[in-house]
Write a protein that binds this ligand. Sequence first.
Ligand SMILES: [Zn+2]
Length: 802
Amino acid sequence: MPKTPVNPFKSLATDVLLTGMTWLCAIYLSTVESASAAQFGEPKFRQLEEILPTPNHYRTASGAPGEAYWQQRADYEIEVELDDEQQRIIGSETIHYTNNSPDALDYLWVQIDPNLFAKDSEGHITELAPDMSNLNFRSLRGILEREQFDGKARIHAVRDSAGADLDHQVVKTMMRIDLPFPLQPGKSFRFSIDWSYNIVDAQLIRARSGYEFFPEDGNFIYEMAQWFPRMASYTDDRGWQHKQFIGSGEFTLEFGDYQVAITVPDDHVVTATGELQNGDEVLTAEQRNRLKKARESETPLFIITPEEAKANESTQATGKKTWVFKAGNVRDFAFASSRKFIWDAMGHQSGKNKVLAMSFYPNEAEPLWSKYSTHAVVHTMDVYSKFSFDYPYPVAISVNGPVGGMEYPMICFNAPRPLPDGTYWGVPKSREQWMHSKYGLISVVIHEVGHNYFPMIVNSDERQWTWMDEGLNTFLQYLAEQEWEEEYPANRGEPKDMISYMTSSSQVPIMSNSESILQFGNNAYGKPATALNILRETILGRELFDFAFRTYSQRWMFKRPQPADLFRSLEDASGIDLDWFWRGWFYSTDHVDLAITSVTEYRMDTLDPVVDNDRRKQERDEEAKTISEIRNQNLKRLVDRFPELIDFYNDYDPLDVLDDEKKESEEKLAELAPEDRDLLKLERHFYVVDIENIGGLVMPVILEIEYFNGNKETRTYPAEIWRRHSDKITKLLITREPIRSLRLDPHLQTADSDTSNNVYPPEIGKSHFKLTQDKEDKNPMQKAGLGDAAEEDDDASESEKD
Ligand SMILES: [Zn+2]
C-alpha cells in the first residue's frame, strides 16, 4: 500500500470552504422549485391512487376484504363416464348456484371449455403461423391433428330442477342460461346439464387436459380437466367474468362442494380432487391396508407396486366400475384414470391438518417418480405453508401423463419422465431435455402442487391476470427449491436471471391481460417472482416481507383478490410505501441500470494559509505538464541573457503567504468560536458521488465502499433517494479513511443490467476467446469421388480387401 494513496477521484482543487451563508441559500432556493413538481411529485414516485380502483365496502383501502365482501357459490353433483373405446366424456351434472351478490341475475353464464378444441374456435383460427423454417415431425403431426380434430362439446340438455328445459345459448366457449325469473340476492337456483365431447390427444395437441396412448401395450392415461360445464364467476368488480377461453388466460371460478361419480373400465385406477368415498368397492383389501400404513409413513409406500401396474397393463376390462369422490370448498375438479398406474403415498401433517400425499404414474416414469414425486409434493406443502397458511385439504396428488404441468385443487399433472432406456437429464437445457430430466420433474411438481395455494385457494382472476398466480407461485417455488438442496439449479427467482428479459425489446408491463402478454414465461412467471424476491431480500427485508406476504395470503384464502388488494396489503402490513415499486416493476417495462458517473473528493481548508497553500502547491506540482512545457525545459530564454529583466514578480508565487496575509488569517481564526475551530481540525474525507439512473427503474442504491486500508463497508440508501430526481442524484459520503473504490449492488440484488458502470474507478473487463478450426464442406466433385484423397481412399479400401 502506498504511503500517500494514489487518489482515484477527480478534481482535487474543489476544496470545501465553510461559510455562514449555506442555510440562507438553501432556504431561498427551496422557494423557487416548480409548482407542478411540488404538486404531483416525481412521476416515478407518484402515488398509485390515480391507477388503482377506488376502495369500497367490498375491498378496503388497506387491501383486505371489506365488510360487505361477497362471492358466489357453486356446488356440483356430477356423474361422468370415461369412454375408453372412443376417448369420450359423457356427463350429467346438477349445479346448485347461490347468488350472494346484491344484484338480481336474469341469466347465468357457464364455461364450456372443450369448445376451445372446436374446429372453428377463436383460439384455433386466430393462431399465428409457426416458424416454418424450424418445424419438426411432432409439431407438424400436431398441426395436422388440430386441423381435423373436433372437440366441441355437445350440450344434450339444460333443465331446471323440475325437469323443464331452460333456454340457453352457446357463445363460443361460454353458455348463457336464461332464467325463468330473476335470481334474487341470497337465493339459489338448481339446474342440470347433460353433455359429451371427444377427448383431445394431449401428446399431439397442446392442452391442459387429454389422453396419452401407449402403442407398446395399447393402453391410455387420461388426465381430465375442464371436462364439465363450470359456472363462470360473477364478481363485485367485473360482473360476469365471461372473457372467452382463447388459450392463454386460464380459469376464473367459484368455490363450492363437489360430489363426483366417475365410471371407468373396471380395471382402471382413478385419482381425483377430493377424497375417495367408496374404497370398499373399488380397491382391494390389500390396497386399503397399504393405504392405511402409508398414512402414517414418513416415506412413500406403494399402494400399487411397479410389478402390479405392469401386470395390470395386459388385463382386459370385463365391465365398468364407478369411483365416487367428494371435495369440499374447492373451485374446480380434475381426475386421472388408467390401468397403467403405479400408486405411492405418504402422510404429512400441515398444522392441524392430516394430509395424504400421493403420486400416480406408469412404469415408463420409473425410476424418477417413485424417488422424487411424492417427496416433492410433501416438501411443497412444508415450505409454502410456512410462507402462507396450512394446507387445508385432505389429499395432495401428483400424476404423470401427457400434460406438461397443470394444476387443479388437490391434484396436478406433471409430464417429465425418463427416456425409454431409464436414463434422464440432470439440469435440462431445452424443452426436449426438460421432458426427461430430474430437476425438470422436481421443479414442476413443486410448481403445480404450489398452485394449490395460488390460485386454488387464494382465488385470483386467472383469465385476466396470469401473474397473480404464476408470479406468486414461481416466487414460492424458488424458495422451496432453495430448501430442497444446496445450489439447486433454479431458473427463476434470482434478479440477475431477469436482466436479459428486462432489457429485451417487445415487452409489455406485467399488468397486461393474459392474452396480450409477450414473452409469456418471463412476463408472468419470472419477472413478478423476481420482483417479490427483491422485495423480500432488498426492499423490505425478510421479516417485514414474510409478515406482509402471509397477511395477504391469509386475508384472501378462499376469496378472490385483485392486483390492488395485493399491492395494498403488502404496503399495509409492512408499513412501507411501495407505490414506486409497483409502478416501476408492474406498470412499466423500464429496467434497472444505475451507474456511478463521477466521484469528487473535497478537502476542507484549515484556514491556515501556510498549510492550505503548501497543499495547493503540492497539487499544482502533481498536475500534468503540457507537451510544450516538457519540450521547452532546456530552452534558452531571453532573461537568461539579460538578468536585469528579472524583478519581484519573477520570484513571487501567488501561493506564497506574505506576512500581512499570515497576520490577517491568524486574527480571523482567533475570532472563530471554539467549536468552529474544532471543526476545522476534523479528520474526515468528503466525497460527492454522482449516480445516474440509465435504465429508468428506480431502485435502492447499495454502495460498497472499499478503503485504501483494505476494509470494506456497504451503505444502503432506499429508493426514496430518487424521489425528487429520478434520473440523476448526488450523494455525499463522509468517511474516516480515504476511499479506494466504490461498487454498486455488489451482491447482485437489483437486476442491474450493466455492472460495468457500477464500479468507480472503472475496471478493465474480462472475457475470453476460443480459436476455432476452419472446416470446409466437401464439394460435389469430392463427393463424386473425383479428388486425390478419394483415390487414396479407394486404394486403402482395395488393400483392405486383400
Ligand atoms: Zn403455473
